[in-house]
Design a protein around this ligand. Structure first.
Ligand SMILES: NC(=O)c1ccc[n+]([C@@H]2O[C@H](COP(=O)([O-])OP(=O)(O)OC[C@H]3O[C@@H](n4cnc5c(N)ncnc54)[C@H](OP(=O)(O)O)[C@@H]3O)[C@@H](O)[C@H]2O)c1
Length: 226
């Protein structure tokens, strides 16, 4: 499948690398590929610069966001949450019709006092994206675990955990659930409803941060027992 992963951070790289190893035709979208490749910061999740990661993953092309969106049968949004709508708008997502957009963002706002989310409670980034781009079918998933767990749930964080998923389109949710099971090995994907459930799914980040602090690391997750 042709998959466009928008963003070049740790999440985008982790997903793109795993998808490419599964044989998919994956592109990474960047606002400015040359500038991103020239940056010398080492991403803690991949342990490399983007240029180093690119050398190790030569089948994944890094292209301007608009080219990535045009390439993908599906678009995966791994951009910084508060800026997602603007970035996706510049990438031409408004022109898509029926494409599944998998949104895995958290709209994190950091200050000296605390980490919080904006929006929170009465709206969500998933819903903002759906309102801005009514032609795409937004599915929210993967935002509740760290990048490594997204692509290897069976081996990490205890191996038996639940991944919530939500969205307004039942067929799109079924399709994404199938991808996550087949490509990454997710065994317990729990549909928690329409896209308004993204409010809860994003707010979970605040609980997850506490779990991470308590557990002493990011390889922590939850199981819904029912
Ligand atoms: N880190 C995790 O394990 C984790 C887990 C669950 C969910 N998430 C969510 O997944 C998303 C990606 O996470 P990440 O850690 O990979 O984030 P990140 O390092 O902050 O990367 C975000 C990417 O977004 C792109 N971007 C587009 N417009 C931007 C703007 N105006 N300002 C800054 N960056 C912009 C940048 O790529 P270009 O500069 O190349 O355009 C950047 O590489 C976030 O929403 C995060 O909350 C992360």
């Amino acid at each position: 499948m042709r998959i466009a992963v928008i963003g070049t951070g740790g999440v985008a790289r982790t997903l793109a690398g795993a998808l490419a190893r599964k044989g998919h035709d994956v592109v990474l979208g960047s606002r400015d590929p040359q500038a991103a490749l020239a940056r010398d910061d080492v991403n803690p999740q991949t342990g490399t610069t983007l240029a180093g990661w690119s050398q190790a993953n030569p089948s994944v092309r890094i292209v301007p966001n608009a080219n990535a969106v045009a390439h993908g049968d599906t678009v995966w949004n791994a951009t910084s949450g508060p800026t997602s709508v603007a970035t996706l708008h510049d990438a031409g997502v408004a022109d898509l019709d029926g494409t599944i957009l998998l949104d895995l963002t958290n709209p994190i706002v950091r200050s000296d006092a605390a980490v919080t989310l904006d929006p929170i409670g009465t709206d969500s980034n998933g819903e903002r994206i759906q309102r801005a781009f009514p032609g795409v079918r937004v599915v929210k998933a993967l935002n509740t675990v760290t990048a490594a767990v997204m692509v290897d749930p069976a081996s990490l964080a205890g191996g038996d955990h639940t991944l919530p998923i939500c969205g307004n389109d039942a067929d799109a949710k079924r399709e994404v659930s199938g991808w996550l099971a087949e490509w990454f090995g997710w065994r317990d994907v729990l549909d928690i409803g329409d896209l308004s459930a993204a409010r809860a799914q994003e707010a979970y980040l605040l609980f997850w941060l506490r779990l991470m602090q308590t557990a002493g690391g990011s390889l922590v997750s939850t199981k819904v027992v029912r």
